[in-house]
Design a protein around this ligand. Sequence first.
Ligand code: SF4
Length: 344
Amino acid sequence: MNLLKTLIKNKVSNRTILKLKYMIGKTGLPKTLRIDITAFCNAKCPFCPRVAMPAERSTGRMSIENFTSIIEEAKNFGIKTLKLYITSEPLLHPDFAKFVEVAVKNEINVQISTNLSVLQHRLNDLRKVSKLQLSIEGWDKESYEKYRFPLKFERAKNNFEFLTNDPLLKKIHKEIHLPVTKITNLEKFFTLWGNVDAIRIDFMQPYNYFDKFENKFISNYPIKLQNEIYELHETENKTCYDPFDEIVVGYDGKIHLCCLDFHAELPLGNISDGFKKVLNNYKRKSIQSEFLTGKVDTCGSCSQFMQASQDQKNKVKISIDEAWKKIKPNAKIIFYENTWESNG
Ligand code: SF4
């Protein structure tokens, strides 16, 4: 482990570190499971990969019976963390609380991402969740309702106040993932939403989709936001741990490659085949091999490899620092390592 830390410190390439971790078994045996219990979302965010998602994958729900059998196998497999979100809004499943109950009974901690749009009494269903990611990008009514169309600012704000003040709900670790654009007003954002444990900041990215003719992921700038998203360039440093460290299951049991694979069109199998078969799936193995050899064909144009220039990063960091010093929110600011440390 010390050797690994030294290598990281000495900036040995990310691929070399991935290969070493793979060789010594530190990656490749997933500890995290992601599941979409519903395929539905009530928002049409202009930057979300749902804009390019095939319509047939946008409706449908998982049954509690299928979920229970996945969770029981996950427990035996040593999975400790369940993320109940991939492409959708999990609180829209009417049995959400029962799903959480099943996972907690099997000693698996549950994390969710929510857009805060449900009626307030439904927030009580979150009591047994261990970590909440709140999806908010806007700093006032107009910007909130543009990014989270057609959700309403007032409901999100009221739900936020309830979550951060209710004696039981306020204990849950809460984070906001903020993808900044050229027009994000950080001072207003920290004033409105700063009362959480952490705000994790990166740049708003183009959305990802799988092009089945090209047989690879492609990323596209959303037309409605193209004037405000920072210009990003493709990094040469292409390493991703998702196909090694997570099992990602759609509402119908189909395996997704990762949380950015909204189409689920790759032949990665079905969770009903069992965890071992899913992990040994030939396509999963071939994508892992692409990352290990550095010949990243399938994922080479993924949006997560789009980076801002060093100059842009420095300027945005200064603005964040100035806004933080002025507003002093409770939230710790976290910079995504992938976004801020790599120079591409
Ligand atoms: S590179 Fe992108 S598409 Fe490929 S596994 Fe990672 S997040 Fe998913």
